[in-house]
Ligand binder design. Structure first.
Ligand code: PEP
Ligand code: MG
Length: 754
């Protein structure tokens, strides 16, 4: 990975440092900078164009072109060579610029005298904020060192343009000041709730606040310290995980180790620092260089390696000044985490006392991070375009998880309106709390079972606040996902018995391990799959690795000694799978009886209905099971062949479509005939309008995320099931894409609160 130095001549940087540290108006300093660059690079011209509102590049300073063209010469993004450099965010190196098809002649500049041109974008936070150009009369090709030098200098210009004084300056106010202005993004609600807090970037990007250092020796020391810390953390990771990780993961860590000790990479960083850059700027320059190479390389193996190097640069940055010490488990203030996307386990890494909301650039409602967040009562707003680029760590944020709105650095009047909404929400919560002790039934007196979903012991702490009848789905995989190694049987037993203790006799349904798909365990060896949602997951893993399932069932049987145990298997696609899994359970029950005469007082074994194929074996299945529960998230995914985690299509079909309602009616009817208890525990069981429809189809048992108990119960108390049933059943036969509007109108006409 060794290569040429990514630095600029030391003398030039020292002079630039002088200008940056000096006083004077920003425009004067920019003039001085272009003069210095021209002189140093032996160029007749050096010009700086900055982006104005409306994507227009305006000449702000020049050495060599006619002075009266400053603030006169303007090019649209994509127009001329300057516009082309900005549009593609990459340098151009031309020995004969005027023969280039993109050349746009501007007579006011007098540039017809110059043939060769080297230009580079001025970048800030990944966005082009201007273009820096040098020109020469002779036809010459600039060397790679010169290209790199100009790129380094462009970083200095970016710093000047973005510095506080420049933003205050009227000339620059519409160019680079965006990062401090209020900004509003509309996304989608993935988990309900309102929150305020300070932004924390889940993966901090390299932020270069200062490009030039005043003391290279001191900077070199900072770099050395950060590199040593990085190397030991990578080495330690490798040793600690050697026995736990799969071969693929180990390979990645080995590659990290190789790069972390790579002499070429380190030398490049040291040279950049020695030339006068800060460590941050040096890392950024080396990273930019890696990224530029990545763009050119098509070989997937090499690209992979370069992307590891890119990642390593991010990690190194985290080690600067002990920054890796930022401890997700001990947040210091109310925090709103901003991420492109994240896994459920990563969410659980954060300190629950201070984690107030999560903002994602991607994400869907059915993704597991959203499910876990709902269980924890943490609002999540997803599909927020460009939030990674617009938010900065420390920004104050209002997260509106009712309407899918995110307000970055909000103005005072917006804050006041938001606090009013928060008070109203609190009032609504108080109203729901008042419903808690009312019986769970419909307006016409039909009894309902309203359960909550859970997955960790902390969820269960608040169980009794919700007025739930029990836990309808306990996702046991969460305990596995939050750890770096497989929990032992004793640890699993402790969790399950803790849950049963806290429930104090109220029913709880444990679901056996449902991993795979988008719920990966780092310590479980799996081969990469092309379609993980259709792959090796849930009960398929349990049956192929019976030791894993057996140890979990052993823990459940032990935990429930002398008490009732209810458990179900996920992703059952055919009856034989259920029978096989149940046989393993029976052996564990026998074992417990033989060992200490113990075992649960009663065992109820059920299955999730998530794979459509099982619906065609329902009569056979229902003869074997004690109950079934519909996992509508996966059922919907497989029914419509639509990836639940893919925002492009996850909303393409409606849960309130006549076809899905017909399927749900068919399942209910089969269960009614077989007299087998049935429930719904997917996301739709927590949405009032959907629950109203399900009640009309015969469903009486719902398990939902705890914060939806209030709205669902309020709806049920206002709903007359006798009237809903004929209406909803008639809708199953219509041809519409969705019957949501009809159901909403029905609710309105019958004063049902949805
Ligand atoms: C479901 O698929 O609806 C379900 C409840 O399981 P999970 O969301 O955990 O896959
Ligand atoms: Mg599922």
């Amino acid at each position: 990975m060794s290569g040429i130095a990514v630095s600029a001549p030391r003398l030039l940087l020292r002079r630039l440092h002088h200008v940056m540290a000096g006083r004077g108006a920003p425009e004067q300093r920019l003039d001085e900078i272009v003069r210095l660059i021209a002189g140093n690079m032996v160029a007749e011209v050096c010009s700086c164009y900055l982006m104005r509102a409306g994507d227009v590049l305006e000449l702000f300073a020049t050495e060599g072109l006619k002075k009266n063209s400053v603030h006169q010469t303007r090019l649209r993004l994509g127009e001329g060579l300057v516009g082309d450099i900005a549009a593609h965010a990459r340098p151009l190196n031309l020995s004969d610029a005027q023969s280039h098809p993109q050349f746009a002649y501007r007579p006011e500049t007098g540039e017809e005298a110059y043939h060769s041109l080297l230009g580079t974008p001025i970048l800030r936070g990944g966005r082009v904020i201007g273009v820096l150009v040098v020109q020469n009369r002779t036809r010459r090709t600039y060397t790679e060192e010169e290209v790199e030098a100009l790129q380094t200098v462009a970083m200095v210009v970016a710093e000047l343009v973005s510095s506080e004084q420049m933003i205050a300056s009227a000339e620059f106010s519409d160019t680079a000041g965006n990062a401090t202005l209020p900004h509003h993004i509309t996304g989608r609600v993935l988990a309900e709730g309102l929150a305020t807090g300070f932004a924390l970037m889940h993966e901090p990007r390299i932020e270069v606040k200062r490009t030039l250092s005043s003391d290279s020796v001191q900077e070199l020391k900072r770099l050395d310290n950060a590199v040593s810390a990085l190397q030991s953390s990578v080495d330690a990771l490798l040793v600690a995980t050697n026995t736990l990780f799969s071969d693929e993961s180990k390979e990645i860590f080995e590659a990290y180790k190789m790069f972390a000790h790579d002499k070429g990479w380190l030398k490049k960083l040291q040279e950049a620092v020695k030339s006068g850059l800060t460590v941050e700027a040096a890392i950024k320059r080396v990273q930019d260089d890696t990224r530029a190479r990545m763009k050119e390389i098509t070989d997937p193996y090499l690209r992979e390696r370069l992307s590891e190097l890119d990642d390593l640069a991010n990690r190194l940055y985290l080690h600067l000044d002990g920054r890796s010490q930022v401890d997700r488990r001990n947040l210091q203030q109310d925090t709103i985490v901003v991420a492109r996307n994240m896994g459920a386990a990563e969410l659980l890494d954060y300190d629950r006392r201070h984690l107030k909301a999560v903002i994602l650039e991607e994400g869907t409602r059915a993704s597991h991070v959203a499910i876990v967040a709902r269980a924890l009562g943490v609002p999540v707003i997803g599909q927020c375009e460009e939030v990674i680029e617009t938010a900065e760590t420390g920004d104050f944020i209002l997260a509106d998880g009712e309407h899918g709105q995110v307000f970055l650095r909000p103005a005072e009047d917006v804050q006041e309106a938001f606090y009013r909404s928060m008070r109203q929400r609190e009032e609504r919560q108080a109203k729901y709390a008042a419903l808690r002790d009312k019986p769970n039934q419909s307006k016409d007196g039909v009894s309902l079972i309203l359960n909550v979903n859970a997955g960790l012991l902390i969820d269960v702490d608040h169980f009794h606040d919700f007025g739930a009848d029990g836990i309808g789905l306990f996702r046991t995989e969460l305990q596995f996902m939050v750890r770096s190694q497989m929990p032992k049987v004793d640890e699993q037993t402790e969790l399950y018995s803790g849950v049963l203790d806290k429930l104090n006799g109220k029913p709880v349904v444990f679901r056996t391990l449902d991993v795979g798909g988008d719920k990966m365990l780092p310590y479980l060896r799996t081969k990469p799959e092309e379609n993980p949602a259709l792959g090796w997951r849930a009960i398929r893993i349990g049956l192929d690795r019976p030791a894993l399932l057996r140890s979990q069932l052993r823990a459940m049987v032990r935990a429930a000694a002398g008490r009732e145990l209810s458990l179900m298997f996920p992703m059952i696609a055919e009856v034989s799978e259920f029978l096989e899994a149940k046989a393993i359970l029976n052996k564990e029950i026998e074992r417990a009886k033989k060992r200490n005469g113990g075992g649960p007082s009663k065992v109820n074994v059920g299955t999730m209905i998530e794979v459509p194929s099982i619906v065609w074996q329902l009569p056979q299945l229902l003869r074997e099971v004690d109950f079934v529960s519909i996992g509508s998230n996966d059922l919907m995914q497989f029914f419509f062949a639509v990836d639940r985690g893919n925002p492009i299509i996850s909303d393409r079909y409606d849960t309130l479509s006549p076809s899905l309602l017909s399927l749900l009616r068919q399942i209910a009817r089969s269960c009614e005939e077989a007299k087998t208890p049935f429930s719904v525990c997917g996301d739709i069981a927590g949405r009032p309008l959907e629950v109203m429809a399900l009640m009309g189809l015969g469903y009486r048992n719902f398990s939902m995320s705890p914060e939806m108990m209030g709205p669902v119960k309020e709806m049920a108390l206002s709903a007359d099931i006798g009237k809903i049933e004929p209406f909803v059943r008639s809708l199953c036969g219509v041809r519409d894409h969705s019957v949501r509007d009809q159901l909403r109108a029905f609710a309105r006409d019958h004063s049902i609160i949805v």
